[in-house]
Design a protein around this ligand. Sequence first.
Ligand SMILES: CSC[C@H]1O[C@@H](n2cnc3c(O)ncnc32)[C@H](O)[C@@H]1O
Ligand SMILES: [Zn+2]
Length: 437
Amino acid sequence: MNAPADLLLLPRWVVPVEAEGALTDHAVAVRDGRILDVLPADAARARYAAAQTVTLPGHALIPGLVNLHGHAAMSLLRGFADDLPLMSWLRDRIWPAEKQHVSEAFVFDGTLLAAAEMLSGGITACNDMYFHPQAAGEAFLQAGMRATLGMIVLEFPSAYAADADDYLTKGLAVRDELKEEPLLSFAFAPHAPYTIGDATFTRINTLAEQLGLPIHTHVHETAGEIQDSLAQHGVRPLERLARLGLLGPNFIGVHAVHVNEAEIESLAAHGCHVAHCPASNLKLASGLAPIADLVRAGVNVGLGTDGAASNNRLDLFAEMRLAALLAKGISGDAAALPAAAALRMATLDAARALNLDDHIGSIAPGKRADLVAVDLRPLAAQPLFDPVSHLVYVAGREHVTHVWVDGQLKLNERRLVHLDIDDLTARAAYWRGKLST
Ligand SMILES: CSC[C@H]1O[C@@H](n2cnc3c(O)ncnc32)[C@H](O)[C@@H]1O
Ligand SMILES: [Zn+2]
């Protein structure tokens, strides 16, 4: 019996993520952009007549990585303002530069550059928050990458919008225009408690409930943010958001570095999600998020890179390793955040936070075929006892050889299929010139 398939993948290991561990001598069959079957390789060869078969002799096949928090277009600000703490980084360098330079063209070029970097490193989906989401959406579609576009809100004017109303109107219009695109989804993205007033948060919450969309916001990133909130509102930011009714299963709090025991319990009790961005937290000296405690309390945590201006890489392999090592160091427990849990945070848990876990985040029949092959044959990965351990503690994004999004090949033998590296490099140089004047 020969059932038709578009693609048959024969890796050394399949790492489904949904169940822990790795399957050896298994195949993944793909049809119409979906995973059709995960089965023993011999049975797959007998059952499927595939238009294309790809043998991956020393590779682990993993679900596409899901970047739970980023500002893709900030790739063009990589290295623009290093070695500063968050508030002077934002107020003295980033916001003035954004005010002067961030246009639709900037966002399109920066997002395309970021998409190329992310796809090359095995990231097939991201949760983006930036100005001109229409331009970002067009760039993600051109790259063929999955993205959740943030309908951003700030209470101060930018070249993109005049006030909170205008940001919301523009964001909702972008959603109306792009919501049928299968690779795109949407979230409300109020920037942070210190840039958003109570009335605007309440309005966003009502809209998010009506439309069934996530709310994605920076929260409890620095100690100063907490002190300022206490001075201005008399409560800590998460307590303020709780009183406004924002905490719930559609809430994605980015960073959650400075959270006390009561706040951890509250995040868990409300079913909130946390986007953990360890490299950005370290680089901005924001602090160390208590991830082992959050996980123990039952909070769903996904991993994010944040923007390239505060990281400066869009590399979830680096974040997985850092998250696992930091969780152990901070908790004093070497068993905190084992490799399988870190991999899950970069895939299924991030997908769950975005309410996309029925579609992506693991290798299972019926899910979209967002798949990544990681070559574990290099010398520095020898010997190999456990591929999941190596994926987190040994492998880097340079080991990614093939990437499929929705069953479409995006990276073939480490080469981007649809994007021109020389063109992207020229665009980056153009904007570097503009930013340098
Ligand atoms: C509303 S568009 C996004 C806005 O956020 C800024 N930003 C980037 N990284 C961070 C961060 O870690 N904390 C707070 N704000 C951040 C970005 O520059 C845009 O202005
Ligand atoms: Zn951010």
